[in-house]
Design a protein around this ligand. Sequence first.
Ligand code: NAD
Length: 256
Amino acid sequence: MRLKDKVAIVTGGGSGIGAAICNCFAQQGASVVVTDINLAGAQNVVDQIIKSGGNAMAVEQDVVDEQRWSEVIAITLSEFGGLDVLVNNAGIGMRGSVESTTLAEWQRTQSINLDSVFLGTQQAVRAMKQNGGSIINISSIEGIVGEATCAAYNASKGGVRIFTKSAALHCANEGYRIRVNSIHPGFIATPLVIAAIESLPASEAEQLSAQLLAKIPFGELGNPEDIANGALFLASDESRYMTGSELVIDGGYTAQ
Ligand code: NAD
């Protein structure tokens, strides 16, 4: 059990990558607080974990709400007695170029994908600074390389990438034993990616899927579990000497 006796919060834990991380952490012995704006999705994941003999609790959370962050941390401390790991995973996709993106779309993307990571990291650092911990921020390959149709998404995920390094250095400078790292998934088969493809007319969707697969050296989408395994390593003490780093899990996409 690589996370025995650890307590973890995973945002956006009700679907896709977040759900896989919750399941993986619980299997490895962590008590998991599964938060999501979609409480039913989070509860479903918790029910599966409990059925498999794990320990978890569902909490409704909109990650852009600062007050709610304080409440989620307080619930975690009172119900599970500590906080060792935070995974800032909740996020949305947003397609649009610099010309087509509206200010409202831009601001919504920065708010849900980037402001949330700032709020969660700030509150987790305050909660973890006595005993240490691991903060894992889910960025994207889109936080490393640009894409013409991802203006707002690129900016938000690039922000997560470099903010992670700032927070990591602050914690190290202060002597807190808190590691802060980012994960950069490539294209992973989750509702977020599937919905983006299905929102297009059928012929365009087919073309986009083919173009996407042609750009991935492994020639296939990743699974949520591929990302969960990376998060497991960063959550566990095996990554004790890693902070401010970027874990890329992308089937070779950014190696080109
Ligand atoms: P998903 O849509 O399957 O899951 C996202 C979850 O976040 C959902 O349960 C949703 O309800 C929740 N959520 C959305 N807005 C929220 C809010 N304001 N407050 C709380 N919860 C909220 O998506 P996914 O593919 O599993 O993506 C998870 C993370 O991984 C995102 O940050 C995404 O940007 C990132 N990512 C995904 C891929 C991919 O290919 N799927 C690639 C790179 C990065």
